[in-house]
Design a protein around this ligand. Structure first.
Ligand SMILES: [Mg+2]
Length: 182
């Protein structure tokens, strides 16, 4: 399929550039990779209510200190070197502290200003033929494509951790090829 030239990249935070999972697991004292060959989603280890209650107690400091993914800066700079307009597009939680916390994290790690981030749950509202969404949420990716945007589904650590590391490498290769051809 012929794609239009990408002029804007929308980059997800949680699960793509920032390690929400690691931060949440640490907060709840859960070892996600206790069994190195079988990763179990955090949703199977703690209830949604417990997860959000614990995060809620931390307030802004949880969101502002989520560690950047090991490869997060490389991913950002890969995007930035190919497409000038790279915007973080991230869904806030129901807690307003997530907006200020995420803004702080972006400023700290990527030197982002307010204009460099959009907070939206319905990411599809920004879909256009010349925009690319990089996200690990399949539902959001599908909706974005349905509304005419271009998509790149980022890997999630389902299955084994080794597979995940490999998946990330493959994702970098495919994305680089696509962006360099843009
Ligand atoms: Mg995500």
């Amino acid at each position: 399929m012929e794609h239009e030239k990408i002029t804007t990249i929308y980059l997800d935070m949680d699960g793509v550039t920032f390690n929400w999972l690691e931060a949440t697991a640490k907060l709840l004292n859960i070892d996600l990779f206790a069994d190195e060959n079988s990763y179990r989603p955090i949703g199977e280890r703690a209830s949604k209510r417990e997860i959000w209650k614990t995060i809620g107690k931390m307030g802004e400091s949880f969101w502002s200190t989520i560690p950047v993914m090991q490869y997060g800066k490389d991913l950002y700079w890969l995007c930035k070197s190919c497409v000038e307009d790279v915007i973080f597009l991230t869904a806030p939680s129901e807690d307003p502290a997530s907006l200020s916390g995420k803004s702080k994290a972006l400023r700290e790690v990527f030197n982002c200003r307010a204009k460099d981030v959009i907070f939206a749950n319905d990411k599809w509202r920004l879909a256009k033929p010349n925009t690319l969404l990089i996200d690990d949420n399949e539902g959001k990716i599908n909706d974005f494509e349905k509304h005419g945007g271009q998509i790149f589904l980022w890997p999630t650590p389902l299955g084994s951790y080794d597979t995940y590391k490999q998946d990330i490498e493959i994702a970098f290769d495919i994305l680089s090829a696509r962006l360099y051809a843009n």
